[in-house]
Each structure stands twice: as structure tokens, then as C-alpha cells.
Design a protein around this ligand. Structure first.
Ligand SMILES: [Cu+2]
Length: 158
């Protein structure tokens, strides 16, 4: 496991949480059969719970550390603000996803399924950029129980 060499600012992505309050398995999942495990991937067309905009510079990610309050699909808006080729890879709980290589000023969007609490690495997979510092972490919390306990972040049940 890599150790981060320096303290980096942590951004708390709080947006779009309210809209995710009613997520979870519903009738659409039940036709898989009684006792079947829940699907391992999000259904097609599922809405992201958050959008993270990340800028890639030579040789950093900004922000490098992000914390999400709950698991789910995350939309990443990746901008190459550096002067050389970069890309972005996220090693999520379902496996890695990555953008194509982006030329300077290029951008791409990427959807990562971070459907499980944990701490996941994201980095530039081009050449040795990861070793030069183009890496960080996305931390996924599961605050659902906490939110219920203190009454924040949950819609009233009807
Ligand atoms: Cu790079």
C-alpha cells in the first residue's frame, strides 16, 4: 500500500446527497429471485450521487483527497490542466475504470461505481506520473445510520 507523502486538503462532497436519500433496492431488484444476492453493479441509467470535478496538473490531482458521505455511483469530470498527456484511473470496489489519455486542455467524464464504503486510490496511469505525485484517494463513508440518528440528510418517510 502506498503512503501519501504529504497532507493534502480534503474536500467534502456534500452535493446531491438529498436526492440519493431514497436509494437502495426496490421492486425492480426483486425479480432476481427470492434470496438472490443484490446486484453487484448499479442498474443502467442509475443517477450519480455526486459529481467530482478534478483537475490534473503536472504532477498533481486537484483535489487529491475527496470524501463522500455515502456509497454510490460517482460522476468524475476530469480536466487536463497540465502541459502533457494525462488520464485518470479510479480503482473502485468493482474494479478499475479510467479515462482515455487526455491532451493538454482536454477533458472527459468518467462514472465510477463506488458502491461500498472504503478508501479508493485514483491516479494518472500515464508513464510514471503516479510516482511523481499524481495520485490521491476517494474515501467513501456510510453515514446513512448517522443521518437517520440525528435527523439530517434523510427525507421523511411517507
Ligand atoms: Cu499524468
Amino acid at each position: 500500500m502506498r503512503m501519501m507523502g504529504r497532507k493534502l486538503t480534503t474536500a467534502l462532497i456534500a452535493g446531491a446527497l438529498a436526492s440519493a436519500a431514497c436509494g437502495g433496492s426496490g421492486p425492480a431488484h426483486e425479480r432476481a429471485g427470492r434470496g438472490a444476492p443484490p446486484p453487484r453493479v448499479a442498474p443502467p441509467g442509475a443517477a450519480p450521487i455526486a459529481t467530482i470535478r478534478v483537475r490534473e496538473i503536472d504532477m498533481r490531482l486537484r483535489p487529491a483527497k475527496v470524501t463522500l458521505r455515502r456509497p454510490g455511483l460517482v460522476r468524475l469530470e476530469v480536466i487536463n490542466a497540465g502541459s502533457t498527456l494525462h488520464a485518470l484511473q479510479v480503482d473502485g470496489p468493482r474494479g478499475p475504470v479510467r479515462t482515455r489519455p487526455l491532451a493538454p486542455h482536454g477533458s472527459a467524464t468518467l462514472t465510477a461505481d463506488l458502491g461500498r464504503p472504503g478508501e479508493y486510490e485514483w491516479y494518472c496511469p500515464i508513464a510514471d506520473h503516479v510516482d511523481k505525485g499524481m495520485r490521491g484517494t476517494i474515501k467513501v463513508l456510510d453515514r446513512t445510520a448517522h443521518d437517520r440518528a440525528d435527523g439530517r440528510g434523510q427525507s421523511p418517510k411517507h
